[in-house]
Design a binder for this molecule. Structure first.
Ligand code: AMP
Length: 578
């Protein structure tokens, strides 16, 4: 397929302000895509080159792209930089310059989707001496053959700024529509995706081998399984009422890791399925020591004080997340891992098994007191006993507890009541923080005017509609330095109009692609006519009172991982139940 077709559809996607239209445009594009190329297109739509877990990055900085544009279009680099300053978007620079150059040339052969994708892949794979120059020349090669529209999207893609805001749910719906004319296959597609975390591969299987092949998807060691998530309830009584006799585990506050051992190879995946293997060498060597040839399990890794055996809070553990001097920090701040689920052992998929069966097997492999040890756990149907365990864990500095339904399977990629969290609550505040997506910013007056950003407009996720709905303006919690940094980051993903997947009655000064998640704390959830979260014809929306950011960008979460409108509704109700 010609890449021009992709670029045309991307332009339509960029222009639309309606989620439904986005779904239509995308499904038309998928329908036109040859089966052999559908995976490539899916990765491009996801703004990556391969599934996240392969950790393949294109590694192009803005400066390199400027050089590639200059080289491809025969323009002086100074002029490219000037234009960039004027337009603020290297995609637009590439678009403007590439048109001019082409007239001077013999018409080059039109680019295909496969050629563009292969160019990206090749760019990502070059390394070592001379890599920078090679990368520039591959991209320049593509740009020199591109028409203006194609050049715009190639340039944006290579620096990670496609700004289409598509999201996996929209891709899955559109794939289904492309294949059978409606959303009927969404569930099957999602199930397969949950098991292998590779949407390109799922799409290709569906297109090449049909619906039946999706049903045959299985857990594969080496390919991350999308992680199960927890619901929340306000008290131990509510939990017992909901799921009866259950397991109650300590809730540790560190990094969630999914560990895969495939022969003598080990992979560690983060919550958003990125490959973190190189970051935690001491965990890798422990996993290697396991007797099982192939195994997949999950746990929470935390830093601990070797001398006292005490676990450190998250703020300390997070310092292990770095790219350099890994060995040194591993020695200073060793990790311990509390294993809480077992998904696969030597050819047997444990995900459909009951919790209690998985736990039994887990306890036969991992032993207390070792680096990889089972999470602390009791089984009870007595709210008082759960409360006691909760108090004990909280006073030991942990976050709270996780209750788990004894007969539930491991629900990959799903948030449901198979797991229920009960966290410490803070007086006078909502007991939990809320994860929201930034959809725009307001410039602000007074003190803040000097940063050009006074508040951000944030939204929660309406899963049913696949749309982000506003819930608050957040103007506090960040340091001055963070505000400046935030503004720079947001300007890079700014868009001219309201993004198609955003529903808002407030118009910020600058709209941005829903991309960054932040965690906020608020005093209370209230009803408000200003916000669209939970708003219906008859009812007002929900809003956060006194929201403040508690952390900078949560790079471990995608926009769809933000709290949902349904969760906000539940939290709103819980406020009256205390
Ligand atoms: P939250 O991030 O507040 O939604 O809580 C869910 C997270 O708690 C999981 O993603 C894990 O990282 C973490 N966690 C800590 N201890 C456990 C446990 N025993 N079982 C499951 N998840 C746990």
């Amino acid at each position: 397929m010609k890449f021009a077709i992709v670029a045309e559809h991307f332009e339509k996607l960029e222009e639309t302000t309606k989620r439904l239209e986005m779904f239509e445009i995308l499904s038309q594009l998928f329908k036109k895509t040859p089966h052999s190329d559908i995976d490539k297109l899916i990765y491009i739509c996801q703004e990556r080159i391969k599934p996240a877990y392969e950790g393949i990055e294109i590694g192009m900085a803005e400066r390199m792209l400027e050089k590639a544009i200059a080289r491809a279009t025969g323009t002086d680099i100074k002029k490219v930089k000037e234009l960039y300053k004027k337009k603020g978007d290297l995609g637009l620079v590439a678009e403007a310059l590439s048109g001019k150059f082409k007239n001077k040339l013999i018409k080059p052969k039109e680019l295909t989707l496969a050629e563009v994708y292969d160019g990206f892949l090749k760019t990502a794979k070059v390394s070592g001496v001379g890599a920078v120059d090679q990368k520039i020349s591959i991209i320049a090669g593509l740009l020199s053959r591109a028409n203006p529209k194609e050049a715009k999207y190639i340039a944006r893609f290579v620096i990670g700024r496609l700004r289409l805001g598509i999201g996996d749910p929209t891709i899955m719906d559109s794939l289904s529509k492309a294949k059978i004319g409606d959303r009927g296959l969404r569930e099957k597609i999602e199930r397969a995706y949950n098991l292998c975390s590779d949407l390109g591969f799922v799409a290709k299987t569906l297109f090449e081998k049909g619906e039946k092949a999706l049903d045959k998807f299985k857990v594969t060691p080496g390919k991350p399984i999308r992680m199960a998530l927890a619901e929340r309830l306000p008290s131990s009584k509510d939990i017992i009422k909901k799921i009866g006799k259950c397991a109650v585990e300590a809730k540790y506050d560190g990094f969630r890791l999914q560990c895969h051992k495939v022969g003598n190879k080990v992979f560690l995946f983060s919550r958003n399925l990125e490959n973190m293997t190189h970051m935690f060498p001491e965990i890798v060597s422990e996993v290697k020591k396991l007797r099982q040839k192939n195994i997949i399990f999950e746990g929470e890794a935390l830093a601990y004080n070797d001398a006292t055996g005490e676990l450190y809070p998250f703020q300390v553990t997070i310092t292990r997340k770095r790219k350099y001097e890994i060995e040194k920090i591993a020695e200073e701040l060793p990790l311990r891992m509390f294993v809480f689920d077992l998904l696969y052992v030597n050819g047997k998929d444990f995900t459909p098994e009951k919790y209690i069966t998985r736990r039994k097997k887990l306890e036969s492999i991992f032993k207390k007191g070792e680096i990889l040890q089972p999470s602390a756990m009791i089984v009870t149907d007595d709210p008082k006993e759960m409360e006691k365990f909760f108090e004990q864990e909280v006073s030991a500095g942990l976050e709270g507890v996780m209750a788990k339904r004894l007969d539930a399977p491991y629900s990959a990629g799903a948030r449901n009541y198979n797991w229920i969290k009960l966290k410490r609550s803070y007086r006078g505040e909502l007991s939990d923080t809320i994860d929201v997506v930034i959809v725009g910013y307001l410039k602000g007056r007074g003190m803040r005017a000097k940063f050009g950003i006074g508040a951000i407009l944030v939204a929660v996720y309406d899963k049913k509609e696949d749309v982000f709905k506003t819930i608050a303006k957040v103007g506090s919690g960040f340091s001055e330095k963070q505000w400046v940094e935030l503004r720079e980051m947001l300007d890079k993903i700014a868009i001219k109009h309201r993004p198609a997947r955003v529903d808002s009655e407030i118009k910020p000064d600058v709209w941005v692609e829903p991309k960054y998640v932040i965690t906020v704390r608020a005093d209370e959830i209230t009803r408000s006519p200003l916000h669209t979260a939970g708003k219906t014809e008859k009812e007002m929306g929900y809003a956060l009172r006194f929201p403040r950011a508690v952390e900078f960008i949560r790079f471990d979460k995608t926009p769809e991982d933000a709290n949902t409108v349904n969760e906000i509704k539940k939290m709103y109700k819980m406020q009256f139940e205390h």
